[in-house]
Structures are given as structure tokens and as C-alpha cells.
Design a protein around this ligand. Structure first.
Ligand code: ATP
Ligand code: MG
Length: 218
């Protein structure tokens, strides 16, 4: 079982990190990767450089070997479409004789609600499972294309997930943390400290490089 959390991680925070731990608590033998995006076509360009976002992830994940960083999208020059990346990962698994591996693409309800804006979004389910995690201020869509998609591919119970290599969409409830990178950047912008929303080591790094307008002297 391979669980992937894609995002911009600009910066990585306890919302992301707790999600990955909740996954390990449920699926202790899973490999969990955080996969930073290079240039998401549906969002403005991130505030920290690709290199800095990777370094922040390395800083926090270095001591947790079950959590790995997949930096493939940052090594590409073209925009990173999830469907293209997942196709590549599927092919790699096939080549390694592990075609049946259960792949899980993890995302918050806010990201899932806009899934139909993603490039070739309906193709995703032929490559991976999707696991949606509740996030404050957003819900599973009740109607529309994405709601229909959820209905069509709905997973019966989370315990069944490892039995599917792809093709299912599940929902996973966990304690919700109302933390976002946007809020962290906004706090900094307003001159407030983002402390306790993300690991201290990340905040130290942000200070060191004056990221997001942080005063280098702090
Ligand atoms: P930004 O505010 O810049 O969009 P973010 O906090 O949403 O940043 P992303 O890197 O965009 O972080 O998130 C990557 C993935 O993690 C998305 O699928 C998002 O829904 C999910 N996610 C991020 N934070 C949380 C959280 N606190 N709870 C649940 N899901 C989250
Ligand atoms: Mg986001």
C-alpha cells in the first residue's frame, strides 16, 4: 500500500503532518509519501522556491523513515499534472512486478470538491484510489459532477481499501485541524507569529531565509 499526499507545502504544517500520521495509525505497513507540486496549473505560483519547500519537508521528515518525500514533480520542467505523475508511478510499479499495489491519493475535502477542474480528472480513478479527509470550512460535495463521481466509486469501508489497487473513493474522518499554509502566510503578513501551527524547526528555517516576508532578525 502506497499513500501519497500531494500539495504545495508552502509551508508544510501540522495539518499535513497529522494526516500522514493518521494514515500510518490505520495502515501501519503503508509507505506514505509527501509529493510537492512544481507548478500547479490551477493555483498561483507558491511563495517559497521549490528547493526551499523540499528543504522544509526534509527538515521535518528526516527522522521519520516511514514518511518519504517524492520530489519527482519538482524535477520536471512542465506543469505537474497529478494524472501524469500517477501514470508514471503506476508504470514504475508494473515494471517492478508490483502492478497490484494499492495506491491511495490523499486529499482534503477542499481539494476534492474542485477535482473536476483537474486535468483529465476522470482518468485518476483508473490509476489510484482517492481518500478524502475532512477539512474545516469545506464538505464533501452533495451534488454535481464530483458528487456523482464519489457515488459511483464509493468505498464501503476503510478496512477494504488495501484490497483495491485503484478505483475507489473513500472518506476518512479524523480530528480536523483548522490550519492552512494560507493562514500561516497571512499571519506572518500581518506581523503575527505562526508558532504552534507548524514545527519549530520549520519556523526557524523560514526565519533564517526570511520566507513569506518574515523578518530575518526574528
Ligand atoms: P494553501 O493554503 O496554500 O492552499 P494548504 O494548507 O491547503 O495550503 P496544500 O499544500 O494546498 O496545503 O495541501 C495539500 C493537501 O493537503 C490538499 O489536499 C489539502 O486539502 C490537504 N490539507 C492541507 N491542510 C489540511 C488540513 N488542515 N486538514 C485536512 N487536509 C488538509
Ligand atoms: Mg491548499
Amino acid at each position: 500500500m502506497h499513500i501519497i499526499l500531494g500539495g504545495t507545502f508552502d509551508p508544510v504544517h501540522f495539518g499535513h503532518l497529522r494526516m500522514t500520521q493518521e494514515m500510518l495509525n490505520r495502515f501501519p505497513r503503508a509507505k506514505v509519501s509527501l509529493m510537492p507540486a512544481a507548478y500547479p496549473p490551477h493555483r498561483p505560483e507558491p511563495g517559497a522556491s521549490a528547493q526551499q519547500r523540499i528543504e522544509m519537508l526534509e527538515l521535518v521528515l528526516g527522522k521519520y523513515p516511514q514518511l518519504t518525500i517524492d520530489s519527482r514533480e519538482l524535477n520536471r520542467t512542465e506543469p505537474s499534472y497529478s494524472v501524469v505523475t500517477l501514470r508514471e508511478i503506476r508504470q514504475e510499479l508494473k515494471d517492478a512486478g508490483k502492478a497490484d499495489t494499492c495506491l491511495v491519493f490523499l486529499m482534503g475535502t477542499d481539494a476534492f470538491a474542485k477535482l473536476n477542474q483537474w486535468y483529465q480528472w476522470q482518468e485518476l480513478i483508473n490509476l489510484t484510489n482517492i481518500l478524502v479527509v475532512g477539512r474545516p470550512s469545506s464538505e464533501l460535495p452533495r451534488e454535481g459532477e464530483v458528487a456523482d463521481f464519489y457515488q459511483k466509486h464509493a468505498l464501503n469501508s476503510l478496512e477494504q481499501l488495501p484490497h483495491y489497487s485503484h478505483g475507489r473513493v473513500g472518506f476518512c474522518q479524523m480530528p480536523q485541524l483548522d490550519i492552512s499554509s494560507t493562514y500561516i502566510r497571512e499571519q506572518i503578513n500581518q506581523g503575527f507569529s505562526p508558532r504552534f501551527l507548524l514545527p519549530d524547526g520549520i519556523l526557524d528555517y523560514m526565519n533564517q531565509y526570511g520566507l513569506y516576508g518574515l523578518n530575518r532578525k526574528n
